[in-house]
Ligand binder design. Structure first.
Ligand SMILES: [Zn+2]
Ligand SMILES: [Zn+2]
Length: 253
């Protein structure tokens, strides 16, 4: 039984434009640790959706206001807060290291069991009678696996896939060289980074941080938290590498 009994009164998804023909969506009623940044990138021929939130309510209706172009939906990795609505899309892509599990979405991939275990996973119910104990990620078999160096072509713009393992084995980022814009998922964001999950790997994370340190960016859009410029990126990377940041946080994915 969820402590909260009231159904959300406002829209489940909030959104705001962030420049570069990109819109940020998020779920304001979801527990702050599970509030993922959902990025919608508009192209000439196709649009790109980077992550899809917890899936507690359909995401597609919120996006359909934006464009009629085909949508490529990618997952930065397989944690529940990033892939909940992925099943709604007809072109789904994820890194080869995690993609096979998207067909069944086991807790070992998604950590949905962590969300079910929260006292109050939401501040308001998505629908009347919603029960956290029934929360599961719907299977979303991947149509195309991603590998480092792959290019996603939206017509007018191209984003290169960066394999950024450490937080999870199949974590990826997307870099648009033309604009210097990086979507870094949970590999890097302005907040507490998690490298002690069962599927995390600290050595891989350190290698990822070295790679990100050497990649000049204009702006970084992470999987959580506020966006960052190159200077802030360097601070976040250095703090992680120097062990200043709190590692091994037990609060969630
Ligand atoms: Zn996350
Ligand atoms: Zn994660």
């Amino acid at each position: 039984m969820c402590n909260v009994q009231t159904v959300a009164t406002g829209p489940w998804y909030s959104s705001r434009p962030v420049g570069d023909d990109v819109t940020l969506f998020w779920e304001p009623y979801v527990h702050s640790f599970a509030q993922c940044n959902i990025w919608y990138v508009r192209g000439k021929d196709r649009d790109l959706l980077i992550d899809s939130g917890t899936g507690l309510l359909p995401l597609t209706p919120a996006l359909s206001l934006l464009s009629g172009r085909p949508i490529i939906a990618v997952a930065t990795h397989g944690h529940f807060d990033h892939i909940g609505a992925l099943h709604e899309f007809s072109d789904r892509r994820a890194h080869v290291a995690e993609a096979a599990d998207f067909a069944t979405m086991p807790d070992a991939l998604t950590y949905a069991d962590w969300f079910r275990g929260l006292d109050q996973p939401v501040d308001a119910l998505p629908v009347e009678g919603w029960e956290k104990s029934e929360y599961q990620i719907k299977p979303a078999p991947v149509h195309q696996t991603l590998q480092d160096g792959d290019v996603i072509d939206l017509g007018s713009r191209q984003l290169t896939v960066l394999h950024l393992p450490g937080h999870s084995p199949g974590s990826v980022g997307f870099f648009e060289e033309q604009t210097g814009m990086l979507f870094s998922g949970d590999a890097l964001y302005d907040g507490q980074l998690l490298d002690d999950l069962a599927t995390s790997n600290v050595a891989h994370y350190e290698a990822t941080m070295h790679r990100l340190r050497d990649l000049p960016i204009r702006i970084g859009h992470g999987g959580h938290g506020a966006s960052f410029d190159d200077r802030r990126k360097l601070t976040l990377v250095e703090e992680y590498l120097q062990g200043k940041r709190l590692q091994g946080c037990p609060i969630g994915p």
